[in-house]
Design a binder for this molecule. Structure first.
Ligand SMILES: Cc1cc2nc3c(=O)[nH]c(=O)nc-3n(C[C@H](O)[C@H](O)[C@H](O)COP(=O)(O)OP(=O)(O)OC[C@H]3O[C@@H](n4cnc5c(N)ncnc54)[C@H](O)[C@@H]3O)c2cc1C
Length: 469
């Protein structure tokens, strides 16, 4: 029987894993995961995300061991070591083929091409699948073959392709023999402890499936009303699983499709909206592949790279610590710092505050989010930041600037979320949580770091000047 190596990456699951399934169909499988601590550091990956990956790796290794499949977990430090490491393992098990699911970002694609080259030089076959998004990047284009840059027509086309193709998921691989001992990821990698964040983020495919099973029964039917209210559990919290690949996009879509009367749109409006959010994830991943410069710190709209962005370290650090003096902004930042996750409404509010009111370079905020987020995903994070900063594709117009006080009035009117996140405001009245400075301040909560109106006018003036040139 042929020996196959399956290289796991952002697909730490046994369900709907096309590389794993196809390899197991045609040979005896050994799985491989490369620990790349230096590369994670270079990419600024959050310790909580690394820990989530390590815990998910334990789970998938156990699931595979139950099916008689061994997982080799190997230290490889940087992507440039990958060709040698993968070749060594493939050779050691006399693999005739190596299978993997492609990753989207630029460095990952380059690494994969180098690995494929090294393997084929050694006479080992390479089989590449796609599993990170539902439809592979490049497959959703305008009739003239050019990429979409606006979400709504992309979504329309995406849905029509999906309806034609159907949403398919791969079953789990057949057992390959008696149970083998499961390999465990190290307890620490670099200076990251595997247990970091485990109280908030149970990892692995089974936990992802549990969340997905619960969501369609309850919150999804109130999604339109509740998804913007950070005090409620109104969203799925599936993002860490989608980012680490412990659940597939197709799996989520299939669940939503089933409870939406077998429709991707035109069904229950709440479920339609949730499906749209998954399509935003598709959109940003497709955009990243179509425009690789986005992975090189460039704006989608190049002219915005010429704006005189502010780089004040002191202002950045106040924003990072959640000490801007604007409670709704600070509540979001403190949620991020404490848990590694931030509610979507607050991601928009905090990002706009940084890029619009402080006029700090949006890339500083993007990098900080990545360094903290348990669900850090390059395409979604970059897309969200460029949307907020008005430098991106289909972004919010430059003159639309969220006022954090008005946002709090709409989405946390009683201040419940603010009080929960900011201990200095734990006893504040609803009005005090909106504008504590109007009451002479509350306790030792900081005074506002800027005047909102002045900051807004300054930013609009800079944008107008740049646009007039
Ligand atoms: C500045 C900024 C940065 C962001 N960074 C990330 C990031 O690093 N990783 C990430 O997964 N999402 C990011 N998002 C998108 C969004 O905030 C999160 O996906 C969402 O909050 C995750 O919570 P949930 O799983 O409960 O979402 P749900 O509302 O339940 O949505 C389901 C899934 O759809 C996808 N999704 C939802 N909204 C978006 C969106 N606007 N763009 C892309 N995908 C979306 C996510 O995979 C999410 O898990 C960012 C948004 C902004 C404005």
């Amino acid at each position: 029987m042929s020996q196959h190596l399956v290289w796991l990456r952002t697909d730490l699951r046994i369900l709907d894993n096309p590389a794993l399934f196809s390899a197991a169909e045609s040979g005896h499988v050994t799985a491989l995961f490369l620990l790349t601590p230096e590369q994670w550091q270079i990419h600024g990956i959050a310790p909580r995300k690394i820990a989530f990956i390590l815990r998910s790796l334990d789970v998938v290794s156990e699931q595979l061991a139950e099916r008689g499949i061994e997982t080799k977990i190997i230290l490889s430090s940087r992507f440039e070591d990958a060709p040698r490491k993968v070749l060594e393992v493939a050779t050691s098990i006399q693999a005739t083929s190596v299978f993997w699911n492609d990753e989207i970002a630029v460095d990952e694609q380059r690494r994969d091409d180098a690995v494929a080259h090294a393997l084929s030089e050694a006479g080992i076959n390479v089989t590449r699948h796609h599993a990170f998004t539902s439809l592979p990047p490049g497959s959703v284009r305008k009739p003239d073959g050019s990429p979409y840059s606006i979400f709504t027509p992309f979504k329309k086309r995406w849905i029509s392709i999906c309806v034609d193709r159907g949403i398919h998921t791969f079953p789990m691989p057949e057992s390959q023999g008696p149970k083998t001992p499961a390999t465990k990821a190290p307890v620490t990698v670099g200076d990251v402890a595997k247990s970091l964040g485990s109280e908030n983020w149970p990892a692995g495919e089974r936990e992802g499936l549990k969340l997905l099973d619960r969501f369609p029964d309850a919150a999804i039917l109130e999604y339109d009303n509740q998804r913007d209210l950070p005090d409620l559990e109104g969203t799925s919290k599936l993002s860490p699983h989608l980012a680490a690949g412990t659940l597939s996009a197709n799996h989520c879509l299939k669940a939503a499709y089933a409870c939406n009367g077998h429709r991707l749109s035109g069904g229950n409006p709440n479920i339609d909206t949730w499906i749209s959010e998954l399509i935003w994830r598709e959109f940003y991943n497709h955009i990243l592949v179509e425009h690789p410069r986005l992975a090189m710190s460039r704006a989608f709209r190049p002219e915005t790279d010429l704006l005189p962005w502010n780089h004040s370290r002191e202002q950045l650090e106040r924003w990072q610590r959640g000490e801007t003096g604007f409670p709704f902004v600070d509540a979001g930042m403190r949620q991020l710092n404490a848990t590694g996750w931030m509610h979507n409404r607050l991601r928009m509010v905090t990002a706009q505050f940084l890029a619009k009111h402080l006029f700090l370079d949006w890339r500083l905020g993007e990098a900080y989010f990545m360094s903290q987020l348990v669900d850090g995903d390059f395409a979604a994070n970059n897309g969200g930041w460029q949307w907020s900063a008005s430098t991106g594709t289909d972004a919010v117009p430059y003159f639309r600037i969220f006022n954090p006080v008005r946002q709090a009035e709409r989405f946390d009117p009683q201040g419940t979320f603010v009080r929960r996140m900011i201990p200095e405001l734990a006893e504040a009245s609803p009005k005090q949580t909106l504008e504590p400075w109007k009451f002479g301040g509350v306790g030792n909560y900081p005074a506002p770091m800027i005047d909102l109106g002045e900051a807004r006018d300054r930013t609009l003036a800079v944008w107008k000047l740049a646009r007039a040139k």
